[in-house]
Structure formats: C-alpha cells, structure tokens
Design a protein around this ligand. Structure first.
Ligand code: ASP
Length: 306
C-alpha cells in the first residue's frame, strides 16, 4: 500500500477504487449518532497549512477526528514561520513531536515532495501551488461515481482557469487513470496547448458551448486572481460571457449531467448563483464527500502500520 499521497499519479485504478469503496463505508459513520471510529486512536495527524483554506483544512480535521486521531492544526500565520523558520526546521519540530501523518498545503509546487525527506510519517498533499490536489480529485471522482454510477467512460469538461488550477491537474490525471475522457476548456491564455500533453487522451477546447452537449460532468474552476501576474482576459464581464456557466448554458447539457465546483466560488463570474444552487449542482455533496474520502485516505495510509 502507498505510504504518501503526493500526486494523483501515485494512484493506480485499483487503489483509487479501493479508496472510493472505503469512503462509501466511512460515509455511513456520518449518519450515526456517535460519528467516531477507534481506528487511529493514539495516532497524531498534523495539519500544516501555509495557505488559506476553509474546506480542505476543516475536512481533514473532521476526518482525522472521526477516526479518533489526535489532531494538531499548525497554520503558518502566528507560528515561527512568520519569523522565517524554514519548512525543513518546521518539519523536524513536527517529527520530534511524533507526527504519524502530516497534511500539507503550501504555495510552492513540490513542497510536499521535499517534506517526505524530513519526516518519518505519511505526507498527504492538500494542495501545492499550481501543481496538485490529489484528495480533491479523489472526492470529485467519488462524487461522480455516486451521482452517475461510474467514472469509466464519462465525458468530463473542466472549464476555466486551468493554468493556475491544481484541481484541474489532479482531476485530469485521475480521470484518465479511471477511464474517463477529459476536455479542458477556457481562453487560450488560461488553457495553453501544452496541456494536451498532460495525459495521452486529454483534449483542449476553447468553445464551451460546443463541449456542453456531450458532457456528463462539467467542472467549473475558480478564476485564481491571487496567482495571476498578468491580464489573462479583457474583463470579468467578458470572461463570464464567454466561459461562465449560466442557466442558458446549462440547458445545453444532457438531462443527466452534473455541475461541479471545488470551491471557493466566484458567484456570478465562472458560475451563476442559480446554477450553483440548482439540483444538478453537487457542490455541497462534494464537501460532505470530502470528509469520507479523507477518512479513507488516512485509514489506508495510517491504519495498517504501527
Ligand atoms: N480549493 C481549491 C484549491 O485549494 C480550488 C481553489 O482554490 O480554487 O485548489
């Protein structure tokens, strides 16, 4: 079994499916009066967050607590990181405290890969720069499976700011592994042709209206202003007109198609509020599924070892 989860590419189809199956079991715990399993009693999970997060950090925290682990939340703000402590020194401190798993979010792509050299426990990548966010891809594919019955054979359109999106990268890799077909859609500045090399069969498109009638899943991405160092489109209004998902565009989708968004949303930019809140939207389910999937990941990475 894998020790770390750094990239969606670490997962072969049987492992990803096993995580989905365990997540389905874990989901039943959420329905109980006492939402706890003793599985990770006595183990310590550290949440090491160098970037802001609402969903991912709390989701990992709830997941670890439901498995009875001790959870330490370490955020860069208010820690010695602000005094200039390096990731390596912070890692050694966590190691000395006996962390069995470190969940890391960091603005630098590749930071989790460095961390594995400095701690003995498992490292879980909770988002590194514009690189990867593997547990998001696992929860998104789990959501597709629970809504549509399968992932293999689905046509998935991932729309928007692909360039800055670790969610898009991890999803494209895992969807390929699980046999889905991915089309990345957005303005050429945000979906450069180099993305065609991400997997052997990923496609790149610039016309959302041409892609929607064939899509089983449309995954809208947040425009990541904080990572933009240039003007990638003329205006917010123009972006929204060309690539935003509104009710008129939703009518182009097949009846069974679902609408996803990893959050946080720019309502009225990449997605219209009425679409985000419609029955086709899985946005709230994605958050709930995130807890079950992260429980499954912690269980698999930590459960078997002492
Ligand atoms: N929450 C996701 C991430 O951390 C997506 C986003 O920020 O737009 O990558």
């Amino acid at each position: 079994m894998i020790k770390h989860l750094l990239s969606a590419a670490d997962l072969d189809a049987p492992t990803a499916t096993l995580i989905h199956d365990i997540a389905a079991e874990m989901a039943t715990v959420a329905g109980r009066e006492v939402k706890k399993l003793p599985t990770l009693r006595g183990r310590t999970v550290v949440n090491l967050f160098y970037e802001d997060s609402t969903r991912t950090r709390t989701s990992f925290e709830v997941a670890a607590k439901r498995l009875s682990a001790d959870v330490v939340n370490f955020s860069a703000k208010g820690s010695s990181v602000e005094k200039g402590e390096s990731l390596k020194d912070t890692a050694w401190t966590l190691q000395a405290m006996g962390a069995d798993a470190v969940v890391i979010r960091h603005p630098a792509s590749g930071a989790p890969n460095r961390l594995v050299n400095w701690v003995h426990g498992s490292v879980l990548n909770a988002g590194d720069g514009t690189h990867e966010h593997p547990t998001q891809a696992l929860l998104d594919t789990y959501t597709m499976r629970s809504r549509l019955g399968t992932v293999a054979g689905l046509n998935v359109a991932i729309v928007g700011d692909v360039l800055h999106s670790r969610v898009a990268r991890s999803n494209a890799l895992l969807l390929h592994t699980l046999g889905a077909k991915v089309t990345l859609v957005g303005p050429p500045t945000l979906v450069p042709p180099v993305f065609e090399t991400l997997t052997p069969d990923v496609r790149v498109g610039y016309d959302i209206d041409a892609v929607l009638p064939e899509a089983d899943v449309v995954m809208m991405l947040r425009v990541q202003k904080e990572r933009m160092n240039a003007a990638f489109f003329p205006s917010w209004h123009e972006y929204s007109r060309r690539y935003g998902l509104d009710a008129a565009r939703v009518r182009r989708l097949p009846d069974h198609a679902i609408v996803m968004h990893p959050g946080p949303m720019n309502r009225g930019v990449e997605i219209a509020p009425d679409v985000a809140d419609s029955p086709r939207s899985t946005i709230v389910e994605q958050v709930a599924n995130g807890v079950s999937v992260r429980m499954a990941c912690l269980y698999l990475l930590l459960g078997g070892r002492s």
